[in-house]
Design a protein around this ligand. Structure first.
Ligand SMILES: [Fe+2]
Ligand SMILES: [Fe+2]
Length: 297
């Protein structure tokens, strides 16, 4: 039995609860005519913000995978080793499913290819850093994804505002991000990552993500400017950054990361995983249902 309490924490083992299994699942989502252009709350600004985030995923998740894989041979705990396998497989599946979404966004005339090309250059710079610093960036961004995932699963209002043709992708991704939220972190702890590295790269990664996400959203908005409206933009900004906004409400969770003894499973939200995992089964394309499961390592 693994300990997940503060007091019993060891730095060389997995702290993912035993009732959480990290297994990749290809979904086979398709995006076509059924997806409205403004699929989130019918909002031009918010929909493009999420489209921009989606464009970041394939390249970004490859960076996460590579940064963890670099330490694979140093992991001693067999449970954590197995979880790294699951993590790599899950992120690979996320990339594939988001590539399908990004193709759809591209078909709407958005400059997805250029954005992907620029992201490759940016991540190429991050790849020049020492390996453990790259892993610290991954831990930081996995914390941000995990808190967004938790918010999405907790808040009915946020999920309900997503069009039904898009909701399963984001719910599925949120479930798996929650499942593997501690994998990179546990590897980082195991290979001697320090508090200073962790804290510094959280500030660094949040700033970089903020700049890139704003820049990318801006590129989408400019390309689609014929539909700009001040009213929509103001409403969307308030929704994301106002009182109880989807992003502003995450500030306390973000700050938790700076607690010296912090661990991603200090907040045990495994019940949300169980609930939504059951719900998303129905969206698995027939060719990927049980027995047809593929994993990429
Ligand atoms: Fe992911
Ligand atoms: Fe992840």
């Amino acid at each position: 039995m693994r300990v997940t309490t503060q007091a019993g924490k060891q730095s060389n083992v997995s702290h993912t609860p035993d009732n959480v299994a990290i297994k990749p699942q290809r979904m086979g989502f398709e995006f076509g005519q059924q997806v409205p252009r403004y699929w989130l709350d019918n909002s031009y600004l918010v929909s493009h913000t999420m489209n921009a985030l989606s464009v970041l995923f394939p390249e970004g998740e490859q960076f996460f995978v590579d940064s963890v894989r670099a330490f694979r041979d140093q992991i001693k705990d067999p449970k954590l080793k197995e979880e790294v396998r699951g993590f790599i497989g899950q992120e690979a599946m996320h990339s594939l499913e988001h590539m399908a979404m990004n193709q759809h966004v591209r078909d709407q005339g958005m400059p997805v290819e250029e954005m992907e090309r620029d992201l490759k250059v940016i991540l190429g710079l991050a790849r020049q850093l020492p390996k453990r610093h790259q892993l610290a960036i991954t831990c930081a961004l996995e914390h941000i994804t995990a808190m967004m995932a938790d918010m999405l699963l907790e808040r009915d209002d946020v999920r309900e505002d997503m069009h039904e043709s898009m909701r399963p992708l984001w719910v599925w991704h949120a479930v798996e991000e929650t499942e593997h939220k501690a994998v990179a972190y546990d590897v980082f702890q195991q290979v001697g990552g320090t508090y200073a590295e962790r804290a510094f790269y959280q500030v660094f990664a949040t700033t970089a993500l903020g700049i890139v996400a704003t820049w990318y959203t801006g590129r989408m908005l400019v390309k689609d400017r014929k539909n700009f409206s001040v009213r929509d933009a103001a409403k969307g900004l308030w929704r994301m950054w106002g009182k109880n906004g989807t992003f502003s409400s995450l500030a306390p969770a973000w700050a938790e990361y700076f607690k010296p003894g912090y661990h991603p499973w200090d907040k045990d939200n495994s019940e949300l995983i169980a609930r939504f995992k059951a719900e998303i089964q129905q969206y698995i394309a027939p060719q990927y249902q049980k027995g047809n499961r593929r994993t990429l390592q």
